[in-house]
Write a protein that binds this ligand. Structure first.
Ligand SMILES: Nc1nc(N)c2c(n1)CN(C(=O)COc1ccccc1N1CCC(C(=O)O)CC1)C2
Length: 164
């Protein structure tokens, strides 16, 4: 099973200048719970966007896609195509793997994805990076209730979508 996980604003923004212009601890806990114990596939820019103390993401095989054949980082498995990333993910013990960004990697792997875990944040933020557009074959597996973050006051909800 290949999943893709991201957090987006009302306008589908997932990033602005290489980071996410909000701080929603409940989403970070959700991200950690969903991906814990599974390989994660991310682009090099997303790797760079992780706070250094969280790199590599603990307890997960960190597969990093980069065109730079010389790129290397402690705790990362460097691969040079999304196809190679899938091969590495499938060679791990876990039956599922999660794509954690960014936009180019989501787009390249969307055709292979079985599940999308989308956090909707009820905020409008200008950003330069958008979430992949899910067409009508993607349907919510269950109703997602809006919640209000105790810490940030932001309204958010956790959605899970499958291809029909
Ligand atoms: N829904 C959804 N989808 C995504 N793809 C991602 C997210 N939310 C959030 N993301 C981030 O990079 C942002 O994270 C962080 C940002 C600032 C401080 C800590 C963190 N994190 C704390 C928990 C760490 C862990 O998981 O151990 C990871 C880093 C990717």
């Amino acid at each position: 099973m290949l999943g893709m996980i991201w957090a987006q604003t009302r306008g589908g923004v997932i990033g602005a200048g290489g980071t996410m212009p909000w701080h929603l601890p409940e989403d970070l806990a959700h991200f950690k719970a969903v991906t814990a114990g599974h390989p994660v596939i991310m682009g090099r820019a997303t790797w760079d966007s992780l706070p250094p103390r969280f790199r590599p993401l603990p307890g997960r095989r960190n597969i990093v896609v980069t065109r730079d054949l010389g790129w290397w980082a402690d705790g990362a498995t460097a691969v040079h195509s999304t196809s190679e990333a899938l091969v590495q993910a499938r060679s791990s013990a876990s039956p599922e793997a999660w794509v954690t960004g960014g936009a180019q990697i989501y787009s390249a792997l969307l055709p292979h994805a079985d599940l999308c875990a989308v956090t909707d944040i009820d905020v409008d933020v200008a950003g330069d990076t958008l979430a992949p557009l899910l067409d009508a074959q993607w349907v919510d597996v269950a109703p997602a209730e809006w919640q209000v973050s105790a810490r940030s006051g932001l309204r958010y909800r956790f959605r899970t979508l499958r291809r029909q």
